[in-house]
Unconditional design. Structure first.
Length: 226
């Protein structure tokens, strides 16, 4: 079983600091929701976001959308060999049931995430929700998972290969892989401090979904799924 955690995910509701910005109010009116119930989205809130701290790492729900489509539809997940969590920059964790199939349409995905932030589960009030949102930091999440080893992929790590890491992961009892789901910059030191190995498979930064696809494929081969 591979435990996959997306870290520092750029997924959040519009923060209070920019609720009154014209672009935020205009977008909220268009969608018929209060500003605080809309996802922060760089494509819609670019000018408002220039006032936010760490704005270059925020407002990209499209990244986790693509990653979840890739992960949840993979043979590794369908064979029961994958568990997925999303941990956000604001300290929320989304628990994802392996049977979850994210909406393919980006706007439907955004609506689903907005509903999740509001109701804390999806379907709302279900005894066995497919998605559950909790106020839970990465350190606390790892304490729950109790990993035998934690790996992180970043261009600033020790040079390695996907296949080599997958072979080691396949030998672990309960490994965790951390993949950043934000637009730019290195993983934070707080995240790296929780890892056992930090590996680099390419000297330049790669998009999250590129790393993810190769991690999953190499694990499928190493574990005999493919």
């Amino acid at each position: 079983m591979l435990n996959l955690v997306f870290v520092e995910t750029a997924l959040e509701l519009v923060p209070p600091e920019i609720h009154k910005h014209p672009s935020v109010r205009r977008n909220a009116k268009r969608h018929g929701k209060p500003a605080e119930e809309n996802l922060l989205d760089r494509s819609l809130h670019h000018y408002a976001m220039t006032k936010l701290p760490n704005q270059e790492r925020r407002g990209r729900p499209d990244i986790i959308h693509v990653c979840l489509l890739e992960a949840m539809g993979s043979p590794l997940n369908k064979s029961g060999g994958l568990r997925v969590w999303v941990n956000t920059q604001q300290g929320f964790t989304i628990d994802i049931d392996p049977s979850t199939r994210p909406p393919r349409d980006y706007f439907r995905f955004k609506s689903l995430m907005e509903q999740l932030f509001k109701d804390r589960s999806s379907p709302a009030k279900s005894k066995e929700p497919l998605l559950r949102l909790r106020r839970l930091g990465l350190k606390e999440l790892l304490s729950e998972i109790k990993p035998s080893k934690v790996y992180a992929y970043t261009s600033h790590g020790v040079k390695d290969s996907f296949d080599s890491v997958a072979e080691r992961l396949a030998m672990e009892e309960n490994p965790v892989v951390l993949i950043g789901a934000y637009p730019s910059g290195p993983m934070s030191e707080d995240v790296l401090a929780l890892t056992d190995e930090v590996v680099s498979v390419y000297p330049e930064p790669l998009e999250s979904w590129i790393v993810l696809s190769r991690v999953i494929y190499s694990m499928e081969r190493a574990s005999g799924v493919l």
